[in-house]
Design a binder for this molecule. Structure first.
Ligand SMILES: [Zn+2]
Ligand SMILES: [Zn+2]
Length: 348
């Protein structure tokens, strides 16, 4: 089968690889129908994910059809259409029992797919702990509507959930890329009065605006960020700040625009260490919450997708088949042609 393989040293390649097999009684094999590229794949390519193992098939955000299951798999059956959770987790360890599945202590636990074990930019993928990692897609939900269930939408959902948002709050989201837009979408579930979207890319801000995800849009360098945020919050600052950009100055921006006692949720994955200047923020009494996602709510997210409360299909701006995925990587990584997300068709 064809698969995108991380070769190390900034290289990826579309190669022929053997079909995955069931290795454990809790595994399932999924025939991938739709996959996508995530900014984490770009981070892996750049060597910014130390856990990533060269030789691994990339891809951790995909949907497909179950073709085989191990003896101990109960929830999914061959023929089921499924969305795949970015995280594989045992469900039995200390962290899993508390819902902190990102820190599952199993050797295949946490974000392993497309990083340490073969992922879904391929025709087929093996999913460990299939009962925990697969969510059945209901009949009324299309592959495209379900594509982001297990990764960027799970991330936005997790972030909004730990963001301590109260009704009528002012929420700032730094970064209006795919995950930033998902964060705004999920923050809306908590009925904030205002969402302030901040990005250097005005097209992405326009998209946030047009989808009613942002009430105020700000461009660093063009707009006075801190002054504007203060002005619209009675001089206080944002009640919750989500840092989803991972840029050079965006960590600093996040705590600066936060009001005292705010929650600052770091969703972004940085390629460089960040500075936490505690003397400058003394007395601000901030609560920092750091990434990565605990993908524990895929069923809830699917339910909300089915009833139309979460709709991420608009993120798909580009489509191609697996044969052309390396061109898609180039467009996605370099943000060409106003790309937000790709839908990559497999096994058509
Ligand atoms: Zn991802
Ligand atoms: Zn576990």
């Amino acid at each position: 089968m064809k698969a995108v393989v991380y070769k190390g040293n900034g290289q990826i390649a579309l190669e022929e690889r053997p079909m995955p097999q069931i290795l454990d009684e809790r595994d399932a094999i999924v025939r991938v129908t739709l996959t996508t590229i995530c900014s984490s794949d770009i981070h892996i390519r750049h060597g910014a994910v130390p856990a990533a193992v060269p030789g691994t098939i990339l891809g951790h955000e995909f949907v497909g059809v179950v073709t085989a299951v191990g003896n101990r798999v109960k929830k999914v059956r061959p023929g089921d259409r499924v969305a795949v959770n970015v995280e594989t987790f045992c469900g039995e360890c200390f962290f899993c029992k508390k819902g902190f599945v990102n820190n599952c202590t199993d050797e295949n636990g946490g974000w392993a797919l497309g990083c340490r074990i073969d992922g879904g930019q391929a025709e087929y993928a093996r999913i460990p702990f299939a009962d925990n990692g697969l969510t059945v897609i209901p009949e009324g939900v299309t592959d495209e509507q379900a594509l982001f269930n297990g990764d960027i939408l799970s991330t936005g959902y997790w972030a909004a959930r730990i963001g301590e948002i109260s009704p009528a709050d002012t929420v700032a989201v730094i970064g209006a890329g795919p995950t930033g837009l998902c964060t705004m979408l999920c923050a809306r579930l908590y009925t904030p009065a205002k969402i302030i979207a901040i990005d250097t890319d005005e097209c992405r801000l326009d998209l946030a605006n047009s989808r009613n995800l942002a009430d105020i849009t700000l461009v660093p360098g063009r707009d006075a960020l801190e002054d504007t945020v203060r002005k619209v919050t009675g001089g206080r600052g944002a009640d919750t700040v989500f840092e989803v950009a991972g840029g050079k100055d965006t960590f600093e921006m996040a705590w600066e625009i936060a009001r005292p006692n705010a929650a600052v949720v770091i969703v972004a994955m940085y390629e460089e260490p960040q500075v936490l200047p505690l003397p400058d923020m003394y007395g601000k009494n901030l609560v920092f919450k750091t990434g990565g996602v605990d993908g524990s709510f895929c069923q809830e997210i699917m339910d909300l997708t089915e009833c139309g409360k979460l709709d991420t299909e608009f993120l798909i701006t580009h489509r191609c088949d697996l044969e052309h995925i390396l061109e898609a990587y180039d467009v996605f990584e370099n943000k060409k042609d106003h790309v937000v997300k790709y839908a990559i068709f497999v096994n058509d």
